[in-house]
Ligand binder design. Structure first.
Ligand code: GRG
Length: 298
């Protein structure tokens, strides 16, 4: 860890969230070929009150490796689009059946199931289009497309989601739980760091440092998410609490207990921050973000 005091996370986020919101808005313009209800549904979910953690990770990783954050904005928007697609589909009755998301009605509650499924599909496709078209040079764009598609695919996000749904019926142990969340929640967090590093053409030691940080942060994020579902405030979270227990989900507090889960999350955050050592003081903002993940209430 750096010896200088960490910046406040609110200041770190404040430098970037306006730019992220503007870019997401600009990436969803009206188009005569896009039905207005589809654009509305996409924007309803995408522009809701998300924390924008994944795009922030992309921008901070790029900056920590010496790139201008603006260069990483297309990749930041792409990962937020994939994340939003996964939230829309996760909220569907066939999956978690949630009626509130990002402080508003979930997409299918507002627009119906068919439009919600299609809004998710459209976001996934748009994310890859943005990477392929707006990341430069083309070789870096191709690497970003491959990385994000893999993180969203059957061995990562989607595979983790399938195993998570199955674990509701069949249960599982700590190893199964970690394997689910390394993929379901962790993969998109981890790839956010990789996208920033790719855009910045970071060298191998920096790429490895960011990857280790992302791997630990992803699991810590999920543990805190499980704890918030048990004990958190619905208004701060912008979604319902208490859903995991109601569905019989396999969770960290369920398997380990509340206090050991918190200890485990804290240890993972420390390991994540320690991994940033090769970045020196440039890793300070990412350390502040990791501390926020542990202390957040929403
Ligand atoms: C449907 C393929 C598919 C995957 C679904 C995203 C997901 C996988 C499930 C969501 C359920 C859930 C609560 C997962 C825990 C971790 C998580 C991804 C929480 C939501 O992320 P935040 O808190 O959300 O960063 P915001 O809205 O702030 O962006």
């Amino acid at each position: 860890m750096t010896s200088t005091p960490l910046p406040a996370f609110a200041d770190v986020a404040g430098r970037f969230t306006g730019r992220i919101e503007d870019a997401l808005d600009q990436y969803t313009p009206p188009d005569p070929d896009c039905p207005p209800v589809l654009r509305e549904a996409i924007r309803h979910s995408l522009l809701g009150a998300g924390k924008r953690l994944r795009p922030l990770l992309v921008l901070l990783a790029a900056e920590a490796c010496g790139a201008a954050p603006e260069e990483a904005l297309p990749a930041a928007c792409a990962v937020e689009m994939v994340h939003t697609y996964s939230l829309i589909h996760d909220d569907l009755p066939a999956m978690d059946d949630d009626d509130v998301r990002r402080g508003r009605a979930s997409c299918h509650r507002q627009y119906g199931e068919a439009v919600a499924i299609l809004a998710g599909d459209a976001l996934l496709a748009r994310a890859l289009e943005i990477l392929a078209r707006d990341v430069r040079p083309p070789a870096v764009a191709a690497a970003c497309c491959a990385a994000l598609a893999a993180a969203a695919g059957p061995t990562a996000l989607v595979g983790g989601q399938v195993d998570d749904l199955r674990a509701e019926q069949e249960g599982g142990d700590l190893a199964a739980l970690e394997a689910i969340h390394r993929r379901k929640t962790g993969a998109l967090i981890r790839v956010s760091l990789s996208l920033g590093a790719l855009v910045a053409r970071a060298d191998a030691p920096r790429r490895a440092a960011l990857d280790t940080y992302g791997r630990h942060l992803g699991v810590a994020f999920q543990i805190v998410d499980d704890l918030l579902d048990l004990q958190g405030d619905e208004t701060a979270m912008g979604k319902r609490a208490g859903k995991d227990a109601a569905r019989g989900k396999l969770t960290f507090p369920g398997v380990l207990g509340v206090a050991p889960s918190r200890t485990r999350a804290a240890r993972l955050v420390t390991e994540a921050c320690d991994a940033l050592l090769p970045l020196g003081e440039r890793g300070g903002d990412l350390q502040a973000l990791a501390r926020y993940v542990l202390e957040r209430n929403g």
